[in-house]
Ligand binder design. Structure first.
Ligand code: 5RP
Length: 264
């Protein structure tokens, strides 16, 4: 592997082989998502605990100071919105030249396997991989957002993840599901888990992240269940322990409870 590519991957996946990516890209199709209305306010307290941030160029420039940044995974697909016809109808929104100018560690793009726009999104991924490989920039493929999340089962997620890896993604982001090892075993590149919409309890998040890690995930790309939590810093610290210290869900809960009671 070329030095630049290896160096960027090492910025993302830490020396223990694990990673905690913090996505704040939701506004690119959802607008001012709850608790992300002012991205700088959401991000600043969490940044010290993230290994990388998944973000669009607009929010990166406006809301992250260049001298305090973490490795950046630049969201480079979009072009649709929650009020438009079809979220799956995305194109590439940001050039590789811009990604290089922003000194990113990786770029990220969604694919929509099983939709009307399956082929376009997969060709977008392939084109992005061609461009990224030319300059040593890894591509993270994001599987199954929006309506596709209804298909949250191993057969579908394994299919989408494997296709992303076959087309050259260096990292695949998917959702946790029952029998998650079917997804990781069938995907020859590192797999990270997203959280999806906020769930009712912190324990549910610790449980699925722990299970996914035991079943071969390298980490998370997990947003709403961190920054929509009442105590986001406590949440990210507890998740860090699961990911980097192999903490059990019970231990993570204890960390969360002790962190949330600390004075800010
Ligand atoms: C949608 C994304 C997010 O980065 C991804 O869904 C992770 O965030 P969350 O944990 O909130 O689902 O690709 O824009």
């Amino acid at each position: 592997m070329e030095w630049g590519m290896a160096n960027r991957l090492a910025q993302l996946i830490q020396s223990d082989g694990h990673c905690l990516f913090l996505p704040v890209d939701h506004g690119y199709f959802q607008g001012p998502t709850r608790k992300l209305e002012e991205p700088r306010k959401t991000l600043e307290p969490l940044l010290p605990y993230a290994d990388a941030v998944f973000i669009t160029r607009g929010v990166l420039r406006s809301s992250v100071d260049p001298d305090k940044a973490k490795p950046i995974i630049l969201r480079v697909s979009g072009g649709s919105s929650v009020v438009g016809k079809d979220l799956a109808n995305e194109g590439i929104t940001t050039s590789m030249e811009e990604a290089i100018r922003l000194n990113v560690a990786a770029v990220g793009i969604s694919i929509f396997v099983g939709t009307e726009y399956e082929k376009e999104s997969l060709l977008n991924l392939s084109k992005l991989v061609d461009d990224g490989e030319r300059y040593g920039i890894p591509v993270m493929a994001v599987t199954a957002v929006g309506k596709e999340l209804e298909k949250r089962e191993a057969r579908y997620l394994a299919l989408a993840s494997r296709i992303a890896a076959e087309l050259g993604a260096r990292v695949v982001k998917t959702y946790w599901c029952e029998n998650f090892d079917k997804v990781t075993k069938g995907c020859p590149v590192p797999v990270v888990m997203a959280g999806g919409p906020k769930v009712d309890t912190q324990r549910q998040v610790f449980d699925f992240v722990y299970d996914g890690m035991q079943k071969g995930a390298v980490g998370v790309n997990l947003g709403r269940n961190i920054w929509q939590d009442e105590h986001p810093v406590a949440m990210i610290k507890a998740l860090r322990a699961v990911i980097h210290k192999n903490a059990t869900p019970k231990e993570a809960e204890e960390i969360y409870n002790s962190e949330k009671s600390k004075k800010k």
